[in-house]
Design a protein around this ligand. Sequence first.
Ligand SMILES: [Zn+2]
Length: 231
Amino acid sequence: MVTAVLTIDDVASKNTPAIVDYLNSKGITAVMFAVGQNVEKYYDNAIYALQHGMILGNHTYSHPFMSKISFKEAKEEIEKNESVLDKLYADAGVERKFRPFRFPYGDKGGENREAFQKYFKENGFSKLKDTQITFEWWKTEGLSEEIDTLWTFDFAEYNIRPESGFTEEDVYKRINDEYPIYGGSLFKDDNSHILLLHAHDETDEMVPEYYKKFVGSLLDREVKFLTPEFF
Ligand SMILES: [Zn+2]
């Protein structure tokens, strides 16, 4: 059986409440990695996500490449967003139990990679439970030890843009790819995944309710969605 934890990046957006409603209708709890400036723009929608059972994590305040700015600037990006999220949880009346973090672009911080991990450990960040993932590279690349949340499968649906040439069909090709260049195959082995989807209104414009289609296609094939747990 294929199992998966769903993560959704770049929250909040206009379509966030609709995504939340869909996930709740399917009994799925997602970890939503929030960008501070998007939360400020769509504050009520971020509140809605929290009040309807989603977990919000830190995806920096303004979504920079963390390897391309100084460690000091990068920490400010994280801490500014921590303040936004602390206030958001308080305003929502929801207790903030977990503090997961995801690097924008999955960039691990470049030459500061180790320093970031030390920082996450010392500052109470939460590691998403990943012991169910048995891909060898998840261990050999150190991902099983690191605190930030990477992913094992990316829908890559954010590439569906006017004139990009990347279509809905390409997402299904990825779903069925047995030998992907990046990450692990979704269905070749009975593994467990951390799935990556995005809350982008631009994608909704190209493929209305894309999240229903792509998450639904996995439900149709009996992927079991796990409730996120943390260390
Ligand atoms: Zn992102």
